[in-house]
Structure formats: C-alpha cells, structure tokens
Design a binder for this molecule. Structure first.
Ligand SMILES: [Zn+2]
Length: 424
C-alpha cells in the first residue's frame, strides 16, 4: 500500500502513514493537506524528537522514463512509487526552434559577413547535451523533494547494465548463462550489450532472443562468453547443431563479422552511459550514501521476487540492499511527466513561422499560472485538472472555459504534470 507523507508543523519529515490514518488526522482537524503531488499532510503540532525509520530512495534511470521507489529496508515495504517521464526530444526541438528564430533574425537586413562556424571554445569537461542534462536535473529535483517529505537516509541507483566482476573472467573461463543464477542474469545483460540487442545472424530486433552457442555444444563448443551470441527463435531452430561454417556457408560476410565480434571483449566502461555516470557523481554530492546496482542484479531481484516488469518495480529492486520480501500489494505509482516551465518566446508563430499573436509579459493572471491544478465547481458541473491561463477572465481547463471565481487551486505549477490512478 502506498503511504501518505507526513511532516510536522516545523516541516520536519516524519514516518509516512497509512492513507486511512491520514484521513482520520484530516477529519479530526489534527492535520491539513500540505501538497497534492506527492500527497503530503502537515500536522498542526510539533513532534518533540520524533523517532523516524530511515527510508531508501531508489532509481532506475531510463532514457524516456525513470522509475522511482521509496523503500523501507527494515520491513521491505514500498512506501511510495513513481514513474517519471522525461522531456528529452521536446528540449531538442525547442532548442532547434530557438536557433532557427535567432538565425533568421540575425540574418535579416545585415551586410555580408564571413561565415563563422569554427570559433567556439571547446566544450567543457563533463558537458552533456541539454536533453540529457534535463534528465539528471529531473532526478535530482525528485531526490530533493522526496527528502523534504519523508526521512530519506540512503540512495540506490542502477549504474551499470552488467557487472563484469560477477561473471569472472568471462572471456577465459566458462560462464553460467542460464536464468536462475545471478551470474546468468549478468551474462545475459553482457551479451545483450555485446550483440546490440539483436539477432546475431539475421539482425532481428525487438524479438525474444535466445542465448546461442556459436560452435555448438554437441561439436565441442564451450560455455565461454566468447562462444556465445544471441539468436532469434527461427535462426536458432534452423541452425540447430550445425557447425557455424556450414550454417553460414552462403553468407561469408556474416560469418566473418560474427567471428570478429565474438572475439572482441566488451570493456566494462561501455556499460556505464555518460548520463548515469554524471547522475551518480551528482547524487554523491547530496551527502547521502549512494549504492550502485547493475541491470543484471535488478532483473535477478525482480524475477526471484516474482514482480512485474514496470519501471517502479525495477527501481525497487535495484542494488544489493533490496529486502528479501518486497511488499508491493496496493502500491500505485504516481505518474509524473516533466513539462518544463513554459517558454520565454513572446511571439507565437503558426506552422510556417509567421507571427500569429503576442504573449503578455506577465506569467500569472488573477493569481493563477499555466500549469496550476485546480478544482472548479460551476453551475455546469465540477471540473478538475490543469489550466492554461489567458489574460481575460476565463481560463482553459481541458476543453472548457472556466471563470476563476469558481476555481480553487489544488496544486501550484511546478514544471511537472501528474496522474494518480486509484488503487484497485
Ligand atoms: Zn535471427
């Protein structure tokens, strides 16, 4: 069961409580709602030296979505779960858009200038493209937010895809590649990375891949990782126990490529992407202990605990600290989508780049901003959702226009949009 965050009147985070208990506190007037997303209540009294159980926040950083879970290591309870969708491509296109506008402005009515293209300083060390930088910023924001509402004492994140130490001399000695063992999971992740997540023979992607002996076991092939590749089901069946040279007799180029790729060992560092590494370094700056896990270990933990493959479940299973039993029944993730804080562009253009209308400089109107979540009780019915302000007394809420006099703000715009599904 997802729990409700509680802070005392001095805004010190306390132990999260069961939603029923939170409801009672609110009903008795001992607490009030502090924040909608994530739901947090504030007590009307100060707790003298409260005893809190330290919690661990865990991340599974992905390119589009990052799973977040707050876990109580002592009881194995998942206290809070969320799935954070990053902006990624939106940032790239916004920057391209800006560049195009600037370029056309600066080229308009100017004398001829020599082309300038190679006069920029080399990029700083540790520079990341803005779209990746925003992913890191999103995660850091949520570490800060969560530690404001619950007693967080440690962080876990998935840093690498596979852990070479677990496989032990993968290119020299044999490996256990079967599912069910930790080394098996690490070996699978290693192979997926080495063979680019596609069938080695036909290049099929997004199909279930099987581990395949290049030189079949029946013909004396070993279990060394240099003798393993990935094949889709049809290729694996057709190949059977044939010798690789017989199987690829008509495709000498494929044979050559596979033999070369099989021999080249994958370096450990290639398993860590620049984004994850930068995230790890910045999480360390928070001063909390940061535990790192591998993708293989996450998968192993999740499978042995028979949990579904979701982003937040993966997050809860990151690292060696994962409790033996994870209580996930009734946990409903908060779906968070990074939306940004609007843009500064004053001129709204149509699809062809011609000016359509101009924006007001003021970002708020009658105390409301675009992105606020409001509840409106109007004669026509009750509406709830995110508003877009207009500089006239009616705002857009979904597809309807609503006058602010009917509105009550539930949540201030903070650069994210939220969807909370109800637990079944
Ligand atoms: Zn294939």
């Amino acid at each position: 069961m997802s729990k409700v965050f509680v802070i005392d009147s001095e805004r010190k985070p306390l132990d999260p409580v069961h939603p029923g208990e939170a409801r009672l506190l609110l009903k008795q007037g001992k607490a009030s709602v502090y924040r909608m997303y994530p739901f947090c209540i504030i007590l009307k009294c100060v707790m003298e030296q409260p005893e809190v159980t330290p919690l661990r926040v865990k991340f599974d950083p992905g390119s589009k979505t990052t799973g977040i879970a707050v876990v109580n290591d002592a009881t194995g309870e998942v206290v809070f779960a969320a799935e954070l969708t990053h902006r990624g491509q939106a940032i790239k296109s916004a920057l391209d858009d800006r560049r195009a506008v600037r370029r056309s402005r600066r080229q308009r009515k100017t004398r001829y200038r020599k082309p300038r293209f190679n006069n920029r300083k080399s990029t700083k060390k540790g520079w990341l493209p803005p779209s990746l930088e925003s992913r890191i910023a999103n995660i850091l924001t949520w570490v800060q937010r969560l530690s404001r509402y619950c007693p967080i004492a440690a962080i876990s994140m998935e840093l690498v895809k596979f852990d070479l130490q677990q496989i032990e001399n993968p290119e020299v000695s044999g490996v256990q590649y079967q599912q069910g063992t930790l080394t098996g999971y690490e070996a699978r992740e290693y192979l997926l990375e080495k063979w680019n997540r596609q069938c080695s023979y036909c290049g099929a992607k997004d199909v279930p891949l099987q581990i395949e002996h290049i030189q079949p076991r029946a013909r004396g092939g070993t279990n060394r990782i240099s003798n393993l590749c990935l094949a889709c089901e049809p290729c694996n069946t057709i190949k059977g126990t044939q010798d690789i040279k017989d199987f690829l007799k008509k495709k000498p180029d494929v044979l050559q490529r596979i033999q070369a790729q099989a021999k080249a060992p994958l370096k450990d560092a290639t398993a860590v992407s620049a984004t994850r590494w930068a995230l790890f370094e910045r999480l360390q700056e928070t001063g909390l202990p940061v535990e790192c896990g591998s993708g293989g270990l996450t998968k192993f933990n999740r499978t042995t605990r028979a949990l579904p493959k979701t982003h937040w479940c993966d997050a809860a299973n990151v690292g060696k600290s994962t409790p033996i039993v994870l209580h996930v029944v009734g946990v409903v993730p908060l779906l968070i989508k990074a939306t940004g804080h609007g843009r500064r562009k004053m001129c709204v253009t149509d699809a062809y780049g011609f000016p359509k209308q101009h924006k007001e400089r003021k970002e708020s109107f009658l105390g409301y901003r675009t992105g606020d979540v409001v509840k409106a009780v109007t004669p026509k019915g009750t509406f709830q959702g995110r508003i877009a302000i207009r500089h006239r007394p009616s705002f857009r809420l979904g597809k309807v226009d609503i006058h602010p006099k009917y509105m009550r703000r539930l949540h201030r715009a903070d650069g994210y949009a939220y969807t909370q599904e109800r637990s079944a």
